[in-house]
Structure formats: structure tokens, C-alpha cells
Design a protein around this ligand. Structure first.
Ligand code: NBP
Length: 530
């Protein structure tokens, strides 16, 4: 018996993808550099379907039905090149190599071009949803030729996540398109997580909610338009108590976020493409800031928003065991000393201080529900911006590399099988269906209406955060982007003037065509055409 497809690289992702294929009735050749993994897979999961274990690349290739379909699931970077070099000489024209790892799309373009020369199809494929997705249905984002999609489409459709019966996979576009889209997906994921984290910070330290109360708030949000996997797990996490200490779980986790690199790539690529993804960039930088223990330690004693000395600050409240253990909402958010509070109360309007009630929150007891609703609006509006920016970057990449990516179809395949899965993506699909050429999602009817409805609350939440010294880089970057796009005039006019002044970089005028330079040093009354 021959195998329908083969998987080489049987760590968590490869093993689960092979099992997913086998469970869907495909005969799967399996191989791994270290043979023990191959044996372990067959021993543990052999009963799930047909596996053809191979000890060597030659044996593996010989067991495959033609045209051969080889899925490579090894560590991205040099290992992927090594494995391709090992297998390519054993394959024949028309065979297909799939790279399901998290490769950089420029590497994928390079590999695709080299293998095309040798008559092989190379399909850089984004596979999302982690190990759970690989096993039970990921979102699959293949690049590569139309011909390779013909060879792979039916398999991918059968193993992908399904939403309303529709598989979460589509042919994204040629060469690196699949890995590009997966990269931006991850960048959006960074932004989504950051925005949720800021919402949490505001609810806790401005709203004075306990983790348990916040779990309920996130559950409520998850029943509405924010319904998504990330909101759902956030509620679960906030409801979780550390078994060892009895404290809210979120309080025992070190507050230094790590990253593997796809968020960073999204921003680096956006810079190269001139695509303004400031919301995503802030999310990447926020993780970076959190991880800089040295900077944070050095700056720890800087005063918060108070004109008086402010010995107690947020970090202190989090570190104090007794306080952290209280799950009843009584945790004081101690940003500033008494004098500072009074000053804040004087100017803070709605963000009045609870003082008397002893809750220590900065929002009045009676206003807490309303404040949470405003945070929901700020979160939703910021989320629209982050996704709009991500889709703009995909469009920019598609234009730059000639991929002709269908943005609505891309949104549709993220509805299931990936970390950002949400009903929200169906709204994006619908928005692009309604106006495929829209320059931005912000102006499509559904989102424009939501932004109009949310913007006052959004501004108020950002203002409250700024007054209280709660960092909200995601919320404020998104709002600044929104205000920049809708502005009549931007101060870029002054920047252009400065550039012309010091570097003769020229400017264009609002009242006539052409490129001009003012003779600043000699005679500023003289403008010359350049
Ligand atoms: P890893 O990224 O940890 O890679 C381990 C696999 O690579 C093993 O099978 C290992 O073989 C093989 N390998 C290495 Br390392 N160097 C090799 C070489 N020179 N020649 C042959 N094989 C080599 O595995 P993973 O976490 O399953 O991820 C696989 C891919 O999927 C990665 O690109 C990852 O970025 C991507 N991805 C991962 C996730 C996730 O949640 N983990 C999600 C989405 C995508 P050995 O057993 O002989 O050491």
C-alpha cells in the first residue's frame, strides 16, 4: 500500500497533523530525523488510522503515491533548508513539498523559486491553532502554485477546522502568500491580546474589579459582539485560583511577556511596505517593555500622576500577598498618595475616586458598570483598528508581490482553527464582500457605525487611563490612528516645511501642482520649482 501523503518532522505539530490526516482516512507516511519519534507515534496512535513509518528519507519517499506530497514540519530556519535539501533530490518533477512551519515569507519565496527551477512545487503553508489545532482542525493558509492547490486542496479541506460546514482553508496566493498571511495573523493576535490585557488592567485598577468579577465581565462580553476564543480563555484564566497559594492565578504569573518572532516580523515587514500598523507595533513593543526588567527596575521610583510624593504604586499592590489573595474586589489600586488622589478627584470628572467606600478604585461605585461598558466599547473600537491595519498590510503585501489575495476569503478562514477565531471575522468577510476595494475597513458600514457609537467612550477610557497613569499603548495607538485618518489637516505640512528648510527635500502645495523648494537661507520669499 502506498501513502496518500507524508509528514516528516514529528514533534508536537507534525505528529498531530499526521494523526489528523490519518483520522480523516488518509494513509500517512511518517518520518523523523530521530527515529524514536516515528516509532512512538505509531505505537501510541497507530490505531487511529493508517501510518506507514519510514526509517530513512528514501524509504519515506518510496512509500508515497505520485505526485508525492511531502509535508515538512520541522523547526523554521536552517532545519527547514536542511530537510528540503535532503528530500528534494529524491523527488521528481510534479511532486509537492509543503512547509507547514512558521517560515518567514521571504525564505518561502526563495525556496519556492529554487524548487520551481527543479520542477518541484513548494507550498509554504501557514498552519495555525497550535498543537490542538493541528490535531482537531487548524486554519490552513497555503501559498504556492494553483497546480499545487489542486493536489492539496481536498486534503486540506478535509482536515481543516470547519465553521458552518465551511473548511477554514483556501489557496491564499502564489509563493510566499500563505506564510505572509500567517505572519500578519500572528501580528493581529499580538494586538488582540494586548487590547484584552489593557482592558483587564483598566477594569482592575481604574474600575476596582477583582479577578473573579472580571471573569464575569469577560464572560458577559463573550456573549456579545466580542465573542471570541481569546475573550473566552481570558474569563477562564481570571476565574482561576493558584492551587499553591490560593491567590488569583494572574497574580502569581511573572509579568514579562515573551515572543517567538512572528509579531516582530509583521511590524518589520509593515515598515518595509510603508504600511501603518501602529496598533500591532505597540503590542509587540508592549511585550518588549514588559520583558525589560532592567528598565523597569531603574524607572520604578518615578512618580505617578500626582503632584505629591507617591510612595505606593501599582507594582506594590500586586506584590503584596495578603491583598492579592482577596478575591472580593477589595484590592486597593494605590497609584498615588492621598494628596494625589484629591488632586485627581478634582479634575477627573467621571473617574471620581471611591475613597470612602474603601474600595480604592478610581471609578465611583455607582459608575463601575457604566465604566466596564465603556471599556468594552474602547476594546471593540481598538480591535476594529488593529484588524483593519493587519488587513491593510496584507493588501500592501499582495500589491507588492502580485499575489492577488482575497481579503474577505482570508478573514473567513480565520473564523475557526486559530487563536483569533471569532464571530468578528465574519463581519470582516461581509465588509469586504460589500466593498472589496474599500481602502480601509474603518469606513465600511458595520464598522463605521460601531466606531461612531464607541468613540466617546473610547476617548473617555483613554483619558482616564492617562490621568491615572495606567499604560494603554494599544488603545491610545488605535485611537490616534482613527483620529489621524479622519483629520482634515495633519501637521505633516509642518514636517514637510521643516524637511524643505534643513534639507531642501521640497514640498507640494495645496493650491497648485508641482514640487517646490523655498530658498530659506538666501531669500525665504523666493520659491523655486523643483
Ligand atoms: P519544533 O519547532 O520544536 O521542531 C522540532 C522538529 O524539527 C523535530 O522533528 C526535529 O527532529 C526536527 N529537526 C530539527 Br530541530 N532540526 C532538524 C534537521 N536539521 N533535520 C531534520 N529534522 C530536524 O517542532 P514543532 O513545535 O512541532 O513545530 C514545527 C513547526 O511548526 C515549526 O516551524 C513551528 O514554528 C511551527 N508551528 C508550531 C506551532 C506550535 O504551537 N508549536 C504552531 C504553529 C506552527 P528531531 O526529533 O530529530 O530533533
Amino acid at each position: 500500500e502506498k501513502a496518500d501523503i507524508g509528514v516528516t518532522g514529528l514533534a508536537v505539530m507534525g505528529r498531530n497533523l499526521a494523526r489528523n490526516l490519518a483520522r480523516h482516512g488518509y494513509a500517512v507516511a511518517v518520518h523523523n530525523r530521530t527515529e524514536a519519534r516515528t516509532k512512538a507515534l505509531v505505537e501510541e496512535f497507530g490505531g487511529e488510522g493508517t501510518f506507514l513509518p519510514a526509517a530513512t528519507p528514501e524509504e519515506f519517499v518510496a512509500s508515497l503515491e505520485r505526485p508525492r506530497r511531502v509535508v515538512v514540519m520541522v523547526k523554521a530556519g536552517a532545519p527547514t533548508d536542511a530537510v528540503i535539501e535532503e528530500f528534494a533530490p529524491l523527488l521528481e518533477p510534479g511532486d509537492v513539498i509543503v512547509d507547514g512551519g512558521n517560515a518567514h515569507f521571504l525564505d518561502t519565496r526563495r525556496r519556492e523559486a529554487a524548487l520551481r527551477e527543479r520542477g518541484l512545487h513548494f507550498v509554504g503553508t501557514g498552519i495555525s491553532g497550535g498543537e490542538e489545532g493541528a490535531l482537531n482542525g487548524p486554519s490552513i493558509m497555503p501559498g504556492g502554485s494553483a497546480e499545487s492547490w489542486e493536489a492539496l486542496g481536498p486534503l486540506f479541506e478535509s482536515i481543516a477546522a470547519k465553521v458552518d460546514g465551511v473548511p477554514c482553508t483556501t489557496h491564499i496566493g502564489p509563493d510566499g502568500a500563505g506564510h505572509f498571511v500567517k505572519m500578519v495573523h500572528n501580528g493581529i493576535e499580538y494586538a488582540d491580546m494586548q487590547l484584552i490585557a489593557e482592558s483587564y488592567d483598566l477594569l482592575r485598577h481604574a474600575g476596582g474589579h477583582s479577578p473573579a468579577e472580571m471573569a464575569e465581565i469577560f464572560r458577559t462580553w463573550n456573549a456579545g459582539r466580542l465573542d471570541s476564543y481569546l475573550i473566552e480563555i481570558t474569563a477562564d484564566i481570571l476565574a482561576h485560583t493558584d492551587p499553591e497559594t490560593g491567590r488569583p492565578f494572574v497574580d502569581v504569573v511573572l509579568d514579562q511577556a515573551e515572543q517567538k518572532g512572528t509579531g516582530r516580523w509583521t511590524v518589520q515587514t509593515a515598515l518595509d511596505l510603508g504600511s501603518p500598523v501602529n496598533g500591532i507595533a505597540e503590542a509587540v513593543f508592549a511585550r518588549s517593555v514588559s520583558g525589560h526588567a532592567d528598565l523597569r527596575e531603574a524607572a520604578h521610583s518615578l512618580p505617578g500622576p500626582s503632584r505629591s510624593a507617591a510612595p505606593a504604586d501599582r507594582a506594590a499592590s500586586g506584590d503584596e500577598a495578603g491583598r492579592g489573595a482577596s478575591a472580593d474586589g477589595a484590592e486597593p489600586a494605590a497609584f498615588a498618595g492621598e494628596a494625589g488622589r484629591a488632586a485627581l478627584a478634582g479634575e477627573a470628572g467621571r473617574a471620581a475616586l471611591a475613597g470612602e467606600a474603601g474600595r480604592g478604585a478610581f471609578v465611583d461605585e455607582a459608575e463601575r458598570g457604566a465604566f466596564a461598558d465603556k471599556v468594552e466599547k474602547a476594546l471593540y473600537a481598538s480591535k476594529i483598528v488593529a484588524y483593519a491595519q493587519g488587513f491593510d498590510e496584507i493588501r500592501a503585501g499582495s500589491d507588492e508581490y502580485g499575489w492577488d489575495i482575497d481579503l474577505g476569503a482570508t478573514a473567513a478562514i480565520w473564523r475557526g482553527g486559530c487563536i483569533i477565531r471569532a464571530e468578528f471575522l465574519d463581519r470582516i468577510r461581509a465588509a469586504y464582500e460589500g466593498d472589496p476595494a474599500t481602502p480601509t475597513l474603518l469606513t465600511t458600514p458595520d464598522f463605521a457605525e460601531a466606531l461612531a457609537d464607541a468613540q466617546d467612550a473610547w476617548r473617555e477610557v483613554v483619558a482616564t487611563a492617562v490621568r491615572l497613569g495606567i499604560p494603554v499603548p494599544g488603545f491610545s495607538a488605535a485611537l490616534a490612528y482613527y483620529d489621524s485618518l479622519r483629520a482634515d489637516r495633519l501637521p505633516a505640512a509642518l514636517i514637510q516645511s521643516q524637511r524643505d528648510y534643513f534639507g531642501a527635500h521640497t514640498y507640494r502645495r495645496v493650491d497648485k501642482d508641482g514640487t517646490f523648494h523655498t530658498l530659506w537661507a538666501e531669500d525665504p520669499r523666493t520659491e523655486v520649482t523643483r
